[in-house]
Ligand binder design. Structure first.
Ligand code: BG6
Length: 446
């Protein structure tokens, strides 16, 4: 089986999980920088002002800020064609509400793009990957406040004007749908469920406005949605289970329908009304959503779930256990066929190009005689890629690319751990922040 030569094989990271240097280059404090871990109890939460007895994993992370030349050279050596990274909003607008951007922050991303261009690697930028200037949360109440749309647009305008000739592929919000499961991640607050949907609405308006503006500036820019996707299977053929499973997936479509088709579905509206979760939608909102639909659908895929009451673990989502699947050491269900099912489900529904912008196995790695034999990761990726190729070749699904999550080890978004590694490049760092941060190839690198 073969894919076309334009297929975008590559890797993905985010700023807060890799850059470190949280107070260098004029960067402000972001919502991820205030998440501290208490070493003895492992309790993780917002602890700001910073406290001495807490460890803040983003503050130094793997220090990509200092190592980016070496890291991009290694990724080029690995043969990647596309590299997805996020711009940390708080590096460009340290408080979020300034009129002018921080030039030093922009220069850092100029330098990343210089390196990528040097190796002919296609960049993909995530505009917001959980990094929100903390000041916007404290002062304006985050995405509950529609003023956030203006701040976000100001930030987008800066990025689009600066990079529209250098960057074709963009994602407006990472995993936009997790606002209803793990709201802190995408908004920096933990409000009631109704406010979660309301914040999601503001984010989708912001995303649609960004699509419209990007296309005005340069119609060649391709702007994508990005959702966490994992299908839910009925755990028996009881029709009630089948219906429950179908409706679990609807919570993802609530977001993608708006971003891809430009309107809330009948099911979404009925659900919101029935559960007293509805928020005001103006005619102007509807017009913006209709006009600002995305060019492609990006999604992360790690696992599937069932409707079983016995629960299975995940990071941002939740669901039931599947007795047919094995799990990672973190309890995530490993389901390569689920990727083919997801690709078919999304393509049948939307008929728009799909982009797997995150997939990978988070597990421990051990150095033995100077080598890391991460054969489980090799098997995981081989099996997932095989199912993706079946979806493309046997099912005719249009897939633009496949990006391995955390192609270089980085800190976990959900737990702040380092021991849960995804990379094909190892970084010497432990869960308490100790280590040389030296890079090393694993078996999966080849
Ligand atoms: C996705 C996020 O949910 O999963 C990434 O977009 C994250 O930021 C990845 O790192 C893996 O999850 P975790 O919690 O193991 O880091």
């Amino acid at each position: 089986m073969k894919v076309s030569k334009d297929f975008l094989w590559g890797g993905a990271i985010s700023a807060h999980q890799s850059e470190g240097a949280f107070q260098l280059g004029g960067k402000g404090i972001s919502t991820m920088d205030v998440l501290g871990i208490k070493p003895d109890t492992k309790e993780r939460g917002v602890h700001y002002p910073f406290q001495k007895d807490y460890y803040y994993p983003t503050h130094r992370s793997i220090e990509l800020y200092h190592h980016y030349k070496e890291d991009i050279a290694m990724l080029a050596d690995m043969g990647i064609k596309c590299f997805r990274f996020s711009i940390d909003w708080s590096r460009i607008y340290p408080m979020g509400d300034e009129a002018y951007p921080n030039e030093e922050g922009l220069r850092f991303y100029d330098a990343i793009l210089d390196e990528l261009e040097h190796y002919h690697i296609e960049p993909m930028i995530t505009i917001s990957h959980f990094e929100i200037p903390y000041h916007l949360v404290e002062t304006y109440g985050s995405w509950k406040n529609p003023k956030m749309i203006d701040f976000y647009m100001n930030y987008c305008e800066t990025l689009f004007q600066r990079y529209h000739k250098r960057v074709t592929y963009w994602i407006t919000f990472n995993e936009i749908n997790i606002v209803t499961y793990r709201p802190y991640m995408t908004t920096g607050i933990e409000p009631c469920r109704r406010d979660c949907f309301f914040m999601g609405h503001h984010q989708m308006i912001a995303s649609a406005k960004a699509v419209i503006r990007a296309h005005e500036i340069n119609p060649d820019m391709k702007i994508g949605a990005m959702a966490m996707y994992g299908p839910t299977y009925p755990h028996t053929c009881d029709p009630q289970n089948v219906l429950d499973a179908m409706f679990c997936d609807e919570e993802i479509y609530h977001f993608l329908d708006v971003m891809v088709r430009g309107a809330y579905s009948n099911k979404s509206k009925a659900y919101l009304q029935l559960h007293d979760l509805m928020f005001p939608i103006t005619q102007e909102d509807e017009d913006i959503l209709k006009k600002g639909t995305v060019d492609f659908i990006g999604f992360s895929y790690y696992m599937s779930w069932t409707t079983s009451e016995e629960s299975a673990l995940g990071n941002m989502g939740e669901g039931g256990k599947n007795p047919y699947l094995s799990t990672s050491p973190w309890g995530w269900q490993i389901d390569p066929i689920g990727l083919r099912i997801s690709l078919n489900a999304l393509y049948n529904r939307y008929q728009k190009p799909l982009f797997i912008v995150e997939n990978g196995l988070g597990t421990m790695d051990y150095i033995e005689d100077g080598c890391i034999h991460d054969q489980e990761r090799v098997k995981y990726m081989r099996n997932h890629i095989r199912e993706m190729m079946k979806a493309m070749i046997l099912d005719g699904v249009d897939v633009m690319g496949y990006l391995a999550w955390g192609c270089i080890d980085l800190i976990s978004a959900s737990s702040g751990e380092m021991s849960k590694r995804y990379g094909m490049i190892y970084v010497d760092l432990d869960d308490q922040g100790n280590g040389t941060r030296k890079r090393m190839k694993k078996d999966s690198f080849d």
